[in-house]
Design a protein around this ligand. Sequence first.
Ligand code: NAD
Length: 315
Amino acid sequence: MEDLKGKVAFVTGGANGIGLGIVRAFLEEGMKVAVADWNGDHIAKARQALAGNNAVHFVRADVADRDNLRDARDEVLNAFGKIHVLCNNAGVNGGGTADDPDFGAWDKAMAINLGGVINGTKMIVPVIKQHGEGGHVVCTSSMAGVVPLPGLAAYSTAKYAVRGFAESLRMQVAPLGIGVSCLFPGATRTGMLSAPEDDPTFDPAREASAGDFQKALWDAARAAIDPQDTGRAVVRAIKDNRFYIFTNAEFLDEVRERNREMEDAFPNDTPPEGRRKFETMRADMVRDLMAVGNRSVSGGDGGDFGLDLNSTAVD
Ligand SMILES: NC(=O)c1ccc[n+]([C@@H]2O[C@H](COP(=O)([O-])OP(=O)(O)OC[C@H]3O[C@@H](n4cnc5c(N)ncnc54)[C@H](O)[C@@H]3O)[C@@H](O)[C@H]2O)c1
């Protein structure tokens, strides 16, 4: 989508942090924006921050609750008529480690960080398909979906899965003129990663006695990305129809190292022709569907890979 003016966006977790940064960047482009968030205090603050802007519609919704999210979508369709851009952004910290026998926190974190992305997509992409004007979906993963985060298995698991889901979605809807991007934030100054200065009750004595890791984390928060810059990076990716949105250059060396390690782990033999031929065909198709750039909305041949271009059912 090159021209965002007048288009309608639905941003989950849009009342704070990165979501609010995306909302502000969309408003700069002249879009109408639905802010869906489960936190009433965040909604009240965002409403105040964006006061006087009648291109914003706030709706209370929990992305993990399907009935709730469906009602929010329908409320937004009543208010704005259409939705063109979906940002599956709501997320929470936590969920526990891989060996913790408790399932409660794990299931809750997965239901939001992964389930919320799936619910939003399955409910809103069909309405984007139905109006036929094209659109875009942005899923918020994390650098924890590219390099592992020790101690936060539930978070990393969900964020790696968001990346896979978003890649498959991109290939599925590309022929319909619907673009998909995946956002991989590193340290960004939000409710999820705040510096001591963001908390008026913070006792400076705590910093003096804190361990090296905690001190480094606070310094990372102090030097973290401004969410509105992240919002503008999202706008650029939508306009270019680019899948990957990276904002934090400090991860590049580590990503290169991991990619090299994966390449080095492959067997050194020559694959048989049957395997090679099929995977070459598949890879050619993937390359085409993942390629940067906008497509017309005219549809196309779904090929033999299960791309169902004709379904316009809405749940
Ligand atoms: N801040 C970072 O450094 C960072 C890094 C990597 C990824 N992320 C990701 O960015 C996204 C936004 O996080 P943030 O840093 O802006 O945090 P934040 O806490 O400032 O904002 C998240 C917003 O999502 C809302 N939310 C949470 N759960 C929800 C639910 N179930 N339904 C609806 N709304 C819900 C919250 O109320 C809040 O307004 C998350 O997916 C997070 O995992 C953030």
